[in-house]
Design a protein around this ligand. Sequence first.
Ligand code: EPU
Length: 328
Amino acid sequence: MSALRLDPNAGLGPEWVAAADRSLKLADLFADLSRVMEDTTVLRRDEPLAKRTTLRVGGPADVFVEPSRDEELTAVLELAWVHSVPVFVLGRGSNLLVRDGGIRGLVLSLQHPHFSRIEVRGELIDVGAGAYLRHVANAARDAGLSGLEFLEGIPGSVGGALRMNAGAMGSWMFGVTETLRYITPRGERHEIPAAEAGARYRGCPLLVENLALGAVLRGQPAPRADILARMTTSNQKRWSSQPRQPSAGCTFKNPLPELPAGRLIDGLGLKGTRVGDAMVSDVHANFFVNLGSASARDVLALIELVRTRVREARGTELETEVEIVGED
Ligand code: EPU
């Protein structure tokens, strides 16, 4: 604690004080979390996040925690609140660009099997936030439920897909969601009809502050062979029109349904444009791929370059779809 008793003549500015204060809060939070977490819970300091994103760039999380029970999740949120440490919820990291300095505060993951359950009940499928969308699509197919085939092609988790109202092949997450379960930053749990969540194209305002815990999805009974055929078509379309290299999916939102960002960028001849190891894919121009050793800074510079070219040439302002988080 003595480090915080500052001598005004010591030349330590407000930034140093803020950093020291933050580091003390984090140490206290980590000590408290260590006391309440079970052995099965993942709890780490300075956890690298690049390996937890599909784009594979970005720095570490100050504290990373993956609770294994409801009570632990509540305790994590309460302790973060008590210590005034910001919480960021990480899904499967498939739509995420973490800056090179990493994420300050606590990064929370719901990937433990306890939060990833998939349970079919008649025409309804109860899914946890951590469940893989591909596994949900497979469960629906096995139960003879149609309407969820598009989830096969989205490399994310239920929680992230709800937060982003993720979509593909003309369908989107809230189009198949009946009920949404979420928890507030203070640890209060709610269950509401999905229509009340205010979801729109690639977004759900309610889940900006609150954390999705799961949902009840609805499918329609259909012959299994038809479902399988639709999944195969969707899979083939994806493999032929989207790149295989690491990426965060589509970089920009489509400015209008009839004006896809990929076509705009492609039309300006920007496929193959590079900043370091970040490149505009030569398969789909709205995907920016990591050729191997790209940094977040490279990807961000490429985003700005493309945005500027599109603005200057077409007068259209592209808005990022990828979530950009963390510090430089
Ligand atoms: N196009 C080009 N050049 C390109 C890419 C696309 O001319 O380099 C043209 C295509 O030929 C097509 C049109 O643009 O006529 C639209 O392309 P595509 O069918 O690939 O769809 P998209 O609008 O680019 C959307 C979603 C994707 C989703 C696909 C498939 C957005 C921002 N993107 O892409 O979602 O996978 O449909 O359903 O809404 C994501 O959200 O991360 C994502 C990848």
